[in-house]
Design a protein around this ligand. Structure first.
Ligand SMILES: *Cc1c(COP(=O)(O)O)cnc(C)c1O
Length: 345
């Protein structure tokens, strides 16, 4: 039997822990430290995030992205409000109703849009459509950056959404599970695609970028952060040994590892994309702008690849496959996958 495959293209959260996060965890593992976030690592991680965003934002660390998104969105809204999002948004399709649950019923309203992206006009229309007491009043809009289909909102697109959100009286939230990949792809500073576009709160993903666990909720609108620590505690998201949630952030942020890993993952996806372009019978589905490549393959080929042990997701309709690259994807992984694909097609 062949040796088991070390790496797959299923998700960037299939990867292990990157050396920077691991070293930092190890450094945090000494003696005693104050619990629940009153420790030096948590302070340093929050300060580093303020440096990265070049502003005095308020920062919280939680265990995962679903909690980060749900709690951040809940802090924008009352239960009778609604949140506008793309119909393919993770908050709609992959969080099991957690945004509604943690907000005590705030409804998600779905918007269409090419390439997994929403448009200012659709936001305006959704808000204008009704203002009677029977309609859940829109109070927030959320975008995913990079999107669920591997595209990236440009600075101009985000500015336009931010301007529309403000005009429509909406809070502006970003699901940044792959924020690092978006920053790297655009070649911008983090502030240019966040608070400078009017963003109120960002859920900044660490897990998919090489951390063991943990996401940061970054409030640029500090008023909205009021009592957020109570939301975290009530929902079971306040880590008692917080230093082990925050220390990996120190390792990721202090020497730019977060961007290096994102650059590597994006570069690997670009390589995979160019390889797939050369394979007859493969149809690429969305513009590749971050660390994911989406392609249509014959159903029999998908089955055969799975039979050879390749793991990847196929949730984009019949024949639609998603191939994610991570901080640890190697050119050999791509060569080996593409060679199997060529053989099978
Ligand atoms: C992975 C991901 C999340 C976070 O998911 P968890 O499994 O809850 O950590 C959030 N949004 C998007 C777009 C994601 O891809």
């Amino acid at each position: 039997m062949d040796a088991p495959r070390l790496r797959h293209f299923a998700s960037d959260n299939y990867s292990g822990i990157c050396p920077e996060a691991w070293d930092s965890l190890q450094k945090a593992n000494f003696g005693h430290a104050r619990a629940y976030g009153d420790d030096a690592f948590t302070q340093q991680a929050a300060d580093l995030l303020r440096e990265v965003f070049e502003t005095d934002c308020e920062v919280f660390f939680v265990f995962n992205g679903t909690a980060a998104n749900s709690l951040a969105l809940a802090s924008c809204c009352q239960s009778y409000h609604s949140i506008l999002c793309h119909q393919m948004a993770h908050v709609e399709t992959d969080e099991c109703g957690a945004p509604e649950y943690f907000s005590n019923g705030t409804k998600l309203l779905l918007l269409p849009g090419e390439h997994g992206q929403i448009r200012p006009d659709d936001i305006a229309n959704a808000v204008k459509k009704r203002n009677d007491i029977h309609y859940p009043k829109p109070r927030a809009v959320t975008v995913t950056q990079a999107t669920e289909v591997g595209t990236v909102y440009s600075v101009d697109q985000l500015r336009a959404i931010g301007t529309q959100a403000k005009a429509s009286g909406l809070k502006f939230h970003m699901d940044g599970a792959r924020f690092a990949n978006a920053v790297e792809s655009l070649g911008v500073t983090p502030k240019e695609i966040t608070w400078q576009c009017g963003l109120d709160v960002l859920c900044f993903g660490g897990t998919k970028n090489g951390m063991p666990v943990g996401e940061a909720v970054v409030f640029f609108n500090r008023d909205m952060a009021r009592e957020f620590e109570f939301r975290c505690k009530q929902s079971g998201q306040l880590a008692s040994k917080m230093r082990f949630l925050s220390a990996p952030w120190v390792g990721m942020l202090q020497d730019g590892a977060w961007l290096r890993h994102a650059r590597h993952a994006n570069t690997m996806a670009a390589l995979l994309e160019s390889e797939l372009r050369g394979v007859p019978g493969v149809n690429l589905l969305f513009p590749r702008q971050a660390n994911g490549v989406f392609a249509e393959l014959p159903l029999a080929t998908i089955e055969a690849l799975h039979a050879r042990g390749w793991l990847f997701y196929t949730f984009i309709g019949a024949g639609g496959c998603r191939f994610m690259c991570g901080w640890d994807t190697q050119a050999e992984d791509i060569a080996s996958f593409v060679s199997d694909l060529r053989e099978l097609l």
